[in-house]
Design a protein around this ligand. Structure first.
Ligand code: PDD
Length: 284
């Protein structure tokens, strides 16, 4: 079955979807994106993703291609047309197509592209084993809070991790962990306190991060928003990452140093359960 995707107002077969080679997303990575997960055929934290999308667009002076209600309808229609029970919806807005020029025209028409990916998210086998990560210098640009499609550096870091038999890289700047290649990084101290870097231009303001922070508070787990070093992470009781595509994902080793017994820890496992349960309940 071919997938149906969405391109600028039309639902079309994926091999018929068409975008100009002059699109600034293609030539300049002048585009922003969102990834929203789907459980039971419903969207997880849709409002949060739309709020962040609006912020990314605003920070880049890019007009919105459609309002939130219209975007919700397109998400739902794509999920329906592709029979997605569990998986992801990818949305990308680019500034649009124009003659190649570093400066953009202020009246450009943005381009909107969306597609689905069906995949098991809850029964992700990595959730049972946990992920081993390497650390890698964070050499991305200084506005990581804007969710742009400039993902080449993150892809290089992920490939370096794979070459070393690991599942991901945690990026490090000035000795402190910023975030994972496509997720936010957390540790659980030996006193049971959750630690994750505070919000700034240095990291993406994860929607899953915000939800886990709220749920941890409700479960009476203390959370500290502050940077941590690689050494502190290696000495922690547990570690995990959060993202829309992997929810709460246990991290069991950092640069070859195993955390605890080298298996997913109880706090990460519990938070994953609570997150999935709450998300399912609030899905739209
Ligand atoms: N990535 N940090 C980075 C650099 C990310 O790319 C992501 C998400 C996150 C977590 O954000 P959220 O909880 O809102 O998904 C943090 C998505 C899933 C991706 O690129 O596929």
């Amino acid at each position: 079955m071919t997938r149906t995707v969405y391109v600028n107002g039309s639902f079309v077969a994926e091999d018929e979807a068409c975008i100009s080679i002059f699109d600034r997303g293609f030539l300049f990575a002048d585009a922003v994106y969102e990834v929203t997960s789907v459980l039971d055929g419903r969207l997880i934290d849709f409002a949060g993703h739309m709020k962040r999308l609006a912020r990314s667009l605003r920070e880049l002076s890019m007009p919105a291609p459609a309002d939130e209600a219209a975007l919700l309808e397109i998400h739902r229609e794509l999920v329906r047309l592709n029979d997605v029970v569990e998986g992801l919806v990818y949305l990308q807005v680019s500034r649009g197509a124009a003659e190649r020029d570093f400066a953009w025209g202020v009246d450009m028409q943005p381009s909107l592209v969306m597609f689905t990916q069906s995949k098991p998210l809850i029964a992700n086998p990595l959730a049972a084993t946990g992920v081993r990560v390497i650390t890698w210098p964070d050499q991305r640009w200084g506005r990581r809070d804007i969710k742009t499609v400039q993902l080449l550096y993150s892809s290089l870091a992920k490939m370096a991790a794979k070459e070393q038999g690991c599942g991901d890289a945690w990026l490090v700047e000035d000795g402190l962990v910023t975030e994972g290649t496509s997720n936010n990084a957390w540790i659980v101290t030996r006193d049971g306190v959750l630690v994750t870097r505070g919000l700034s231009h240095d990291i993406l303001h994860g929607i899953t991060r915000a939800a886990v922070m709220r749920l941890a508070g409700e479960a009476q787990i203390k959370v500290e928003e502050r940077p941590f070093t690689v050494a502190e992470a290696q000495e922690a009781a547990e570690a995990f990452s959060t993202s829309a595509s992997a929810f709460v994902m246990p991290v069991v080793a950092i640069d070859g140093v195993e955390l605890g017994d080298g298996k997913p820890g109880p706090v990460a496992r519990r938070l994953r359960e609570i997150y999935v349960e709450e998300s399912r309940r609030a899905a739209v």
